[in-house]
Design a binder for this molecule. Structure first.
Ligand SMILES: *Cc1c(COP(=O)(O)O)cnc(C)c1O
Length: 401
């Protein structure tokens, strides 16, 4: 009903994400925190970073947290710290951001891809088991779009084969699986503070959490060239340190993270209601709810069936409505990974997802009216008959609330 009229021509653009809207709610505190760093002139690591590390450790219920320069570096440092070396294999999802696999490649190890489960977009545990070899040195699940991967089967594999699990939780800070936080569901967990992540800094940044004291201290030296103090380099590491300015901003924002995650979940709920209410002519089919999860919706990602995703995306963009495709090409089909020998058809669910996915505005401050215009735009775009499915985790949210 309300979505029949398309008001997008007169009402201005609907941005995919609006970081200014969030900044306006915390401007005073951010500027004060940044000023303090300038007054101290201590810009790299130091007290600000230590304070953020202990706050993130508390937030996730981890024993240790180690700041670094980016989420990508968090992955590289973590894989190295759990013992991945050249020639080893690391099993991961083919449907993820590039950095998940490039981190493996950078260490001279081999990314071994597995397909995804269509209802969650996360890696399929049965295929992880099938992909295990004597060279497997780590399992690298990704909590894609803000929802945790199925961890229990990975825990069993990890224990039976003594293989560490490194979580790519870059999109999932604050997400939970069976009441435990993303980041502490494996041996080591990696976060990114890229500005568009749920906890975003004023530039690049990353963090690693773990309960393992030895891994934590190895991470601390790896980020400073392997220096254990006094220019005593016990191994060759990296320059991958977190800036005090980033830590200062992130400390302010961490205080609002749960509130923002709640807002994202409410926005998701509104999309569900609008889809249901509209009863689109094209069938709207909700994938099964994943139990025991707290979703933090870094993305709200629907599927457009019938080979019409690009057409629907163009139609939304023409109506000035922001949307995006995460991700258009699975990693096993990236040019740079041709040497791995995969081909089209190897991971059909990931390949289909790449053809069908479309992410809609879900940032915490997105106005209801914008969401209505998104759904109106979608209705216009699909009126001639393709099928949209959307994530339905309302039950899960209620349970985990
Ligand atoms: C953002 C992201 C990364 C990399 O984080 P950066 O901070 O940009 O280096 C890695 N993996 C996933 C799944 C991500 O979304």
């Amino acid at each position: 009903m309300p979505a029949q009229e398309n008001t997008s021509d007169t009402a201005g653009p609907v941005p995919f994400i609006d970081l200014v809207a969030q900044y306006q709610t915390i401007r005073g505190d951010v500027r004060e925190a940044v000023d303090q760093v300038f007054e101290c002139q201590s810009f790299v690591l130091g007290d600000e970073v230590s304070a953020l590390e202990s706050q993130i450790a508390d937030y996730c219920d981890a024993r240790y947290a180690v700041g670094c320069a980016s989420g990508t570096d968090a992955l590289i440092l973590s894989l190295l710290a759990v013992g991945v070396s050249p020639g080893d294999e690391v099993i991961t999802s083919t449907f993820t951001f590039f950095a998940t696999a490039s981190a493996i490649h950078r260490l001279g190890a081999r990314p071994v891809f597995v397909d995804i489960e269509p209802n969650s977009f996360n890696l399929c545990p049965e295929q992880v088991e099938q992909a295990l070899t004597r060279k497997t040195r780590a399992i690298l699940p990704v909590h894609l779009f803000g929802q945790c991967a199925e961890m229990e089967p990975l825990w069993r594999l990890s224990a039976r084969h003594k293989i560490p699990v490194v979580e790519d939780a870059c999109q999932a800070i604050g997400a939970q699986y069976r009441g435990r936080s993303a980041g502490v569901l494996g041996t080591v967990g990696c976060f990114s503070f890229f500005p568009t992540k749920n906890l975003g800094g004023a530039g690049d940044g990353g963090m690693i959490v773990t309960d393992d004291a030895e891994i934590a201290s190895r991470l601390r030296r790896l980020r400073v060239h392997g220096d254990v103090g006094g220019y005593n380099h016990v191994e060759v590491g990296f320059n991958s340190r977190l800036d005090a300015l980033q830590a200062a901003v992130l400390k302010v924002k961490l205080g609002s993270l749960d509130q923002w995650s709640d807002a994202r979940r409410n926005n998701a709920k509104l999309y569900h209601e609008l889809f249901r209410e509209l009863n689109l002519r094209c069938a709207v089919e909700a994938p099964p709810t994943l139990p025991d999860r707290r979703h933090v919706y870094n993305q709200f990602t629907i599927r457009v069936r019938g080979g019409r995703r690009d057409e629907v995306m163009t139609s939304l963009r023409n109506a000035n409505i922001g949307c995006a495709v995460y991700y258009p090409i699975p990693l096993h089909m990236q040019t740079c990974f041709e040497y791995l020998g995969y081909g089209e058809g190897d991971f059909p669910e990931a390949e289909r997802a790449c053809q069908e996915v479309l992410s809609l505005p879900i940032y915490a401050e997105v106005p209801d009216e914008h969401q209505r215009r998104v759904v109106a735009g979608l209705t216009d775009a699909v009126r001639s008959g393709s099928t949209i499915t959307f994530p339905d985790s309302s039950d899960t949210d209620r349970r985990a609330a």
